[in-house]
Ligand binder design. Structure first.
Ligand SMILES: Nc1ncnc2c1ncn2[C@@H]1O[C@H](COP(=O)(O)OP(=O)(O)OP(=O)(O)O)[C@@H](O)[C@H]1O
Ligand SMILES: [Mg+2]
Length: 334
């Protein structure tokens, strides 16, 4: 570790002025921090776990870069934003995509008006230089080559090397980071040597009924209690059935329903009608009948570890002729 430290000991970093900083004689234009409010409601334990990752218990200790996982729209990005704000450090968010190249993550050369090249530091490099927090959002959309350029940053070495600018950039002692990961098909498998540097894994779960109500109220303070209650009931039911409808889905559906109710004061749409319509339009027709959706989902995923019996080869799970059908409590109402 000491040998690596020496590599960046000799790097000369100038004062930050006018949004620029000089690193080994190369002038870098810094990115702007993210400044929207980011309150985290409920699930205090996971917020504390994330903040603990960023503590250093001794001068020789290093902060951790955790990965935040969970279904889409559950609040991973929001949690990271809230943690950065709790620390009162400037926050920089890098949106990772499948097209992200290693240099995009670090320094991009830009041709300026006079024909000269100026170097723009990415949100990540800016956070490293100013001692802020960088959230690599949706990290597993990025390919292995881009991740490889971050390997030295994520271990004890804490630096990156920009080939384009020809410089090595050390992270300031206050630099902290976290990565959010999405669970969908359009993501890459992150190699193990990177995964082992992104520890621990903090899984963001769906909120409790009370917290979900507070989240919706916080984002839509103008929504009527009745509309909020309908949405919370729906979301909680979908969480029970292990479906992936999230607080984000609830927020979108409510927004649309409220707009529909406001639209024509001469023919007001009832709250129920607007809500049902928004449910179908925002979350799809399948969302109207959660029980059947859950059942179909279980079947395509191979079931909740329900072993296939001989009868399953001949009958659909919801076929009335299925001999095991009575055992399925979701079918009781048929
Ligand atoms: N605990 C919470 N407190 C406040 N707002 C929340 C909370 N959980 C979710 N939200 C809100 O729900 C919406 C979705 O959250 P967010 O964008 O953080 O989800 P995500 O898990 O990052 O989704 P994706 O996987 O699509 O990136 C946001 O508007 C966010 O503000
Ligand atoms: Mg996100």
């Amino acid at each position: 570790m000491n040998r690596h430290k020496k590599k960046t000991d000799s790097v000369r970093i100038g004062e930050i002025s006018d949004g620029h900083v000089e690193v080994d004689g190369v002038r870098l234009k810094l990115s702007h921090p993210y400044e929207a409010p980011g309150q985290w409601i409920g699930q205090q334990e996971i917020l504390m776990q994330l903040l603990a990752c960023w503590i250093t218990v001794d001068e020789s200790d290093l902060p951790l870069t955790p990965r935040l996982t969970g279904p889409p729209g559950v609040g991973k990005t929001q949690l990271a934003i809230a943690a950065a704000q709790a620390q009162q450090r400037p926050l920089f968010i890098y949106q990772c995509t499948a097209d992200t190249r290693p240099e995009d993550l670090l320094i991009t050369p830009v041709l300026s008006q006079g024909g000269s090249i100026s170097y723009h530091a990415s949100p990540l490099v800016t956070a490293m230089l100013v001692g802020g927090v960088c959230v690599l959002d949706e990290g597993n959309r990025m390919n292995e080559k881009s991740w490889a350029s971050l390997a030295p940053l994520l271990d004890g070495r804490r630096y990156v090397e920009s080939i384009v600018a020809g410089i090595t950039i050390p992270a300031a002692p206050d630099f902290r980071s976290a990565v959010t990961m999405n669970q969908d098909e359009s993501t890459f498998e992150i190699p193990d040597y990177i995964m082992s540097r992104l520890q621990p894994t903090l899984a963001v779960g769906f909120p409790t009924k009370q917290d979900e109500m507070a989240i919706l109220q916080y984002h839509l303070p103008f929504a009527k209690a009745e509309m909020l209650a309908m949405t919370v009931e729906f979301l909680q039911h979908s969480h029970e059935l292990k479906l992936d409808f999230s607080p984000r889905d609830g927020i979108n559906l409510l927004r649309f329903a409220l707009k529909r109710m406001m639209q024509d004061p001469t023919h007001p749409v009832s709250a129920d009608e607007a809500w049902q319509e928004a449910l179908e339009k925002c979350l799809g027709e399948d969302a109207v009948d959660l029980e059947s959706l859950a059942q179909r989902r279980r079947r395509t995923l191979g079931g909740d570890a329900v072993p296939l019996g001989l009868a399953d080869l001949f009958f659909d799970v919801d076929d009335p002729m299925h001999p095991d059908r009575e055992d399925d409590e979701e079918d009781e109402e048929f």
